[in-house]
Write a protein that binds this ligand. Structure first.
Ligand code: NAD
Ligand code: TYD
Length: 351
């Protein structure tokens, strides 16, 4: 069956893996990648598929209402897979309005353009919204987030994502828009922008720079290999039920400090440095304000209903990730030149 799908944020980390998967798996679909190419968007992520016959890139901002309305009117997309967002918690603390603009307003502009096209006949249409487990807030030392956990976001990032989730649901309830939402845990893997923990630390280890661990390092995250997230999105997009939420996670909780030590050991091996070299770079720095203690996902619903589970262990995924970064030093050098230096010094040199 043919479909015309617009994937927003397709030049970013997760979006590029989703775009690649859809372009390769579904040759009868027309895949449009709509991305503003902010600091986090990078067309190098998609070099291997850029000339595929079923792929089109469109540069554009999801907050630009006129542009989005005209684009949707012209292209009549039958589905949206929405990933475009400001995605880094630390940046949301510095510039919360930018997060409200893209994550809330941008999502609403897309919802509205989609509604205006199809509200008289929603048959065969779907708005798929990619969200985060951070909307559920912070867990104590026990318990898991399920799909019925109340929203309790703490950072401007998670509050903006929570808000966007609510608007997606509201369009479902009010206008009958068919939608699916998925809330996923922390991703890692190739093409991850080196502002987030794992790629930042890989880059710093390569360059013998300090590894800035926030607070006491005992914060816990559940980590999922990005390609497994793309598979989950593919499954939930095609087989998920309308108006449902699916939690996606790695069944893979690590405290930051244990994760960093594991990463240091793997990097010492890869770089053929004496054991313990990278761990010496660990530096405890001032904590992130409002830092959530623990995220942990109960992904049993998507497992039970759609048969999804992660395909790689954390050790396998981390090794693939490290290999990718070591084999793609040009990618890393390109994204860490220019404005990255200013970001890095504002974020870390004053800690
Ligand atoms: P990212 O920051 O790597 O990429 C975001 C992409 O969106 C970039 O290509 C950027 O250019 C684009 N973009 C930003 N503002 C835009 C705008 N106004 N108009 C059009 N495009 C714009 O993000 P990511 O880590 O790949 O996350 C993708 C989505 O998945 C986000 O919605 C995020 O909330 C969600 N998510 C991320 C994680 C994670 O661990 N990274 C986990 C769960 C959910
Ligand atoms: P991050 O990758 O920013 O993801 P999120 O905040 O969305 O979970 O951070 C993962 C964890 O690592 C989080 O507890 C904050 C911590 N962290 C550090 O200790 N140092 C760093 O330099 C960064 C970027 C994160």
């Amino acid at each position: 069956m043919s479909k015309k799908i617009v994937i927003t944020g397709g030049a970013g980390f997760i979006g590029s893996h989703v775009v690649r998967r859809f372009v390769k798996q579904y040759s009868s679909y027309q895949i449009f990648n709509l991305d503003a190419l902010t600091y986090a968007g990078n067309l190098e992520n998609l070099k291997d598929i850029e000339s595929a016959p079923n792929y089109t890139f469109i540069k554009g901002d999801i907050t630009d209402e006129k542009f989005i309305n005209e684009l949707f009117e012209e292209q009549k997309f039958d589905s949206v897979i929405h990933l475009a967002a400001e995605s880094h918690v630390d940046r949301s603390i510095v510039d919360p309005l930018a997060f409200a603009k893209t994550n809330i307003l941008g999502t609403m502009v897309l919802l509205n353009a989609f509604k205006n096209l199809w509200q008289d006949n929603w048959s065969g249409k779907r708005f798929y919204h990619v969200s985060t487990d951070e909307v559920y807030g912070s867990l104590g030392n026990t318990g898991l987030f399920t799909e019925s956990t109340s929203y309790d976001p703490n950072s401007p990032y998670s509050a903006s994502k929570a808000s966007s989730d609510h608007f997606v649901r509201a369009y479902g309830e009010t206008y009958g828009m068919p939608y699916v939402i998925s809330n996923c845990s922390n991703n890692y893997g190739p093409n991850h922008f080196p502002e987030k923990l794992i790629p930042l630390f890989i880059n710093n280890i390569i360059n013998n720079k300090a590894l800035p661990v926030y607070g006491d390092g005992l914060f816990t995250r559940d980590w999922l290999y990005v390609k497994d997230h793309a598979v989950a999105i593919d499954l939930a997009f095609h087989k998920g039920n309308n108006s449902e939420t699916y939690n996606i996670g790695g069944f893979n909780e690590w405290t930051n400090i244990d994760l960093v030590k594991l990463l240091c050991g793997l990097m010492d091996d890869k770089l053929q440095r004496p054991t313990g070299t990278s761990e010496k770079l660990i530096t405890y720095v001032k904590d992130r304000p409002g830092h959530d203690l623990r995220y942990a996902i109960d992904a049993s619903k998507i497992n039970r209903e759609l048969g999804w589970k992660p395909s790689v262990t954390f050790e396998e995924g981390l090794e693939k990730t490290i290999n990718w970064f070591l084999e793609n030093k040009d990618w890393l050098n390109n994204v860490t030149s220019g404005s990255y230096k200013e970001y890095y010094s504002n974020q870390y040199d004053k800690k």
